[in-house]
Write a protein that binds this ligand. Structure first.
Ligand SMILES: Cc1cccc(-c2n[nH]cc2-c2ccc(F)c(-c3ccc(S(=O)(=O)CCO)cc3)c2)n1
Length: 238
């Protein structure tokens, strides 16, 4: 593993997020707040220092793509402006490895709050499926707030959020009964998107919850549709 000061934290947080994502939404602690076809969005209402920091967990089933493809397009900074509608600026501050970056993002201001930015490391990895030999490997992409000497001090113009986000994908293949080749029609990708965002500065709880309720379903629908469109008619990446 690369000898970078962030590496131990990247390893720990990525594997913690994998376990967290794989925990179901049973137990009554998660409140279903949005549903659209296969997509189900849950939240927990939690406040830290009077700030709503509502953990979010979304589950979705997407046909015709693999977990490697889904996490690749989530991780890749090159395509982020194509699906992340609230992004205003983005800068890759450090390339730690081809699967590990440090990114600064400035997002569009949401009235009446002040504009926010996010500084985080981003990592994507394949995790062999240790429980079920026949199953495909699991893929996880994880974004977690960090410090970085290259991050411009935004002279108080911006409020910095702190976030931990993961996208965990499990692909399954239903092979064609006629023994023919596996095509995208035989692929199903089960995804779990988890996010905890501390808005960093005071936002009225009701306004923040309204933003989450509007933005998260829109984001996940748009992102997963973007990946389906990009992968359509392309060779399958397992
Ligand atoms: C999807 C969503 C939920 C809640 C708020 C908003 C939003 N609306 N206007 C500005 C933002 C905004 C402000 C700060 C942020 F850090 C992110 C933010 C959201 C997601 C991620 S990510 O890591 O899931 C995907 C990469 O951008 C990173 C930052 C988004 N968008």
């Amino acid at each position: 593993a690369p000898a970078h000061p962030l590496w131990p934290e990247i390893e720990r947080v990525t594997l913690e997020q994998l376990q967290y994502a794989r925990l179901g939404v049973e137990g009554g602690v998660w409140q279903l707040f949005a549903e659209d076809g296969e997509m189900k969005m849950y939240k927990r209402e939690e406040e830290v220092d009077g700030l709503a920091v509502d953990p979010l967990k979304a589950v979705h089933t997407v046909k015709g793509v693999t977990g490697r493809e889904m996490t690749h397009y989530f991780f890749s900074p090159d395509v982020r402006f194509e699906w992340e509608t609230t992004l205003e600026q983005m800068k890759v501050l450090e390339t730690i490895a081809d699967d590990t970056l440090v990114i600064l993002q400035i997002h569009k201001r949401v009235w009446p709050a002040s504009q926010r930015d996010a500084l985080f490391w981003s990592h994507v990895r394949r995790v062999p499926n240790d429980t079920d030999r026949d199953a495909q490997d699991i893929w996880i992409a994880c974004n977690h707030s960090t410090e970085h000497h290259e991050a411009p001090s935004n002279e108080g113009k911006m409020v910095r959020v702190s976030l931990t986000v993961c996208l965990v994908c499990q692909t399954s293949i239903e092979p064609p009964s006629d023994g023919g080749p596996v095509t995208r029609d035989h692929l199903t990708c089960k995804i779990t998107y988890c996010s905890v965002v501390n808005p960093g500065g005071w936002v009225p709880t009701s306004a923040l919850r309204a933003v989450y309720k509007r933005e998260y379903p829109k984001f996940l629908k748009r992102f997963t549709q973007y990946v389906k469109d990009r992968c359509d008619k392309q060779p399958i990446l397992f």
